[in-house]
Design a protein around this ligand. Structure first.
Ligand code: ADP
Ligand code: MG
Length: 587
């Protein structure tokens, strides 16, 4: 292995004089503590190393030892349910939530293994050779993507440590390769797949404003930009708890540790709505909070997506939540500054954009090497300074994601949650996902969605006029638009993350809510044509019930009753004499 001598230490950046050549991106150990680092630049007679741990106490003269391999993390089915640092070393929460500098990855509890291959059979790269029971489910034990050959030996069914050899194959070159339940993978290299597939089904999040209005596909990506306190963390945590992915990878990146502690306390208590098992069992938490070394934060989002790809390769759908990619970008900026690189916009290095692309482009729905189907969906919070939506991280992120859920400061101040703005946000997935909703209880999903968004658009235009002239000065048709938009906002878009009945809204409930609101809108517009005043409509009992529907209406029967009440209210209203669908002016 190559070695080098440290000549200079500047925070997370170390310069050293090599005694033998190093490779770019090679993982290294630095100093007596064996601090983990990565070669980030090769210069004439010098290497530059980014160190992922505290460098206090490190001085010129210390040794740097090469590993001969790129920075890698150790992937294992046993990661499920665990909490790790940015380089996937276990964090033990409790008195001492920190990994000690240079600490090797700890052993996880033994995993129950059952072989599915026999000696003499051929094992293809990325294919299963057995099964592993973990977190209340069975996942395939897969050959690493680059290991293939004839099975020589395979272990009997029982529990094994994930580093024990459970299968030995004779590679085509003739040498024997030992395979365990865990294997290393370089974090910056996407794992290979057989094919990328079209992402044509939604990730169901249980959030109406997302699923019904601004959907994200399984295998696509979305960003959540928002100023301080607008609800990014609450939203990502709601998604971690409520979305229908098989595995959740939650990356707490540079945010305060106590926020993550809350999530960690909650997950074991909550049930997975699909399996009924504790939510923690489907989760992997990666914590690189604000008090932990800055350079590891830079690696942590790649670590997160690498873990996600690993479970994807088992044929699972995986969602990654990264809170916050802005803190990640700041780490990138800090290290770049230490490297003496030329700063670009707002001090960020010129490669900020390509690094964001490297991350978001790893979102995909794929056919795995094993022939199954899996997906990685990436959801990243962006916290621009003072909520500035034109700053570089927001601007570049927009280029690589399929949906943007903008958290609106005004909505958040008015405590209208979730504060995602329905008009400044967008999803490029709506058209592609329409057939899914058509097959799942919303036959007119696309039309209804467009109609409601158009209503909100018109309201935005009218609200300004109403503020100047007073709403009473507007013609009835325009006053009705304000009434209708209020209904869409209050009944459908507002949804408290903390409500036991409405915090997570499954597709069937969303369909029922949308249906009854759409029916109300139809009847209200018919009534207007008959000369009914908008104020008469807002006085209807069913209008008021619809406004509070999220909290108060639960269950199929209750929705049927509500729909009936809507019909009856309008029947009672009748069509005042003298009108007959003639249509009042103003539209
Ligand atoms: P950010 O991460 O953007 O700084 P948080 O997610 O911590 O903001 O949200 C700040 C506060 O706003 C929360 O503590 C909570 O009181 C409120 N809040 C945010 N989103 C919601 C929501 N969906 N439902 C109810 N309350 C919310
Ligand atoms: Mg936050």
């Amino acid at each position: 292995m190559s070695t080098a001598r440290v000549t200079w230490v500047g925070g997370p950046v170390v310069r050293a004089r090599p005694e033998a050549p190093f490779a770019m991106r090679e993982a290294v150990r630095v100093g007596d503590l064996g601090l983990l680092g990565e070669v980030v630049r090769l210069e004439a007679g010098e290497i530059v190393v980014q160190v992922y741990e505290e460098t206090t106490g490190l001085a010129p003269g210390a040794t740097v030892e090469g590993s001969g391999a790129p920075l890698a993390v150790r992937l294992s089915p046993g990661l499920l349910g665990g909490t790790f640092d940015g380089l996937l070393r276990p964090l033990h929460l409790g008195d001492d939530p920190f990994v000690r500098p240079g600490a090797p990855a700890g052993a996880t509890p033994p995993l129950a293994f059952t072989p599915t291959v026999r000696p003499g059979e051929r094992l293809v790269a990325g294919h299963p050779f057995g099964e592993v029971a973990v977190g209340g489910r069975t996942v395939p034990a897969l050959a690493p993507p680059r290991v293939a050959g004839e099975v020589v030996r395979v272990a009997a069914a029982r529990a094994y440590q994930d580093d024990a050899t459970v299968c030995t194959v004779r590679a085509d070159a003739g040498d024997e390769v030992e395979v365990s339940l865990a294997h290393p993978w370089p974090v910056r290299e996407p794992r290979p797949v057989a094919a990328r597939l079209v992402a044509d089904a939604p990730l169901i999040t249980g959030q109406r404003i997302i699923d019904t209005f601004l959907p994200v596909a399984r295998g696509a990506s979305a960003a959540i930009p928002g100023g301080f306190g607008t609800g990014k963390t609450v939203m990502l945590e709601s998604l971690a708890k409520g979305c229908d992915a098989d595995v959740i990878v939650y990356v707490g990146c540079g945010e305060r540790g106590n926020e993550l502690a809350g999530l960690l306390a909650e997950l074991p208590e909550l049930e997975d709505p699909q399996s009924g098992r504790p939510l923690m069992e489907r989760s992997v938490i990666i914590a690189n909070t604000s008090n932990m070394p800055v350079a590891a934060r830079e690696a942590s989002i790649y670590t997160g997506v690498t873990v996600a790809e690993y479970f994807r390769d088992m044929g699972l759908s995986v969602a990654v939540m990264a809170d916050s990619t802005s803190r990640w970008a700041e780490a990138l900026r800090e290290v770049s500054g230490r490297l003496g690189e030329l700063p670009g916009e707002a001090g960020y290095p010129a490669y900020l954009s390509s690094r964001l692309a490297d991350f978001y482009e790893r979102a995909a729905r794929v056919r795995t090497l094993a022939g199954t189907e899996g997906s990685v969906t990436l959801l990243g919070a962006v916290s621009p300074p003072s909520g500035d939506m034109e700053e570089p991280v927001v601007v570049h992120t927009r280029r690589y994601v399929r949906a943007v859920w903008v958290l609106d400061t005004e909505r958040a101040h008015a405590r209208f949650y979730p504060a995602i703005h329905p008009l400044t946000s967008y999803s490029e997935e709506a058209e592609r996902l329409a057939p899914w909703w058509q097959a799942h209880g919303q036959p007119h999903w696309e039309q209804v969605r467009t109609r409601m968004l158009t209503l909100l658009e018109e309201e935005r235009r009218l609200a300004r006029m109403a503020r100047i002239l007073g709403a009473e000065a507007l013609p009835p048709a325009q006053r009705l638009i304000l009434v209708e938009a209020r209904l869409v906002n209050e009944a459908l878009l507002r949804q408290s993350a903390f409500s036991p009945v409405d915090g997570r809204c499954p597709p069937a409930r969303q369909a029922a809510m949308v249906r009854v609101v759409a029916r109300f809108l139809d009847l209200a517009e018919e009534a207007l044509e008959c000369g009914v005043e908008p104020e008469t409509i807002t006085a209807l009992e069913s209008y008021r019930r619809l406004l509070r529907m999220g909290e108060e209406v639960v269950g199929e029967a209750a929705f049927a009753t509500l729909e009936e009440a809507v019909e009856q209210d309008f029947t009672r209203l009748g069509c005042p004499a003298g009108h007959g669908g003639g249509g009042e002016g103003g539209r």
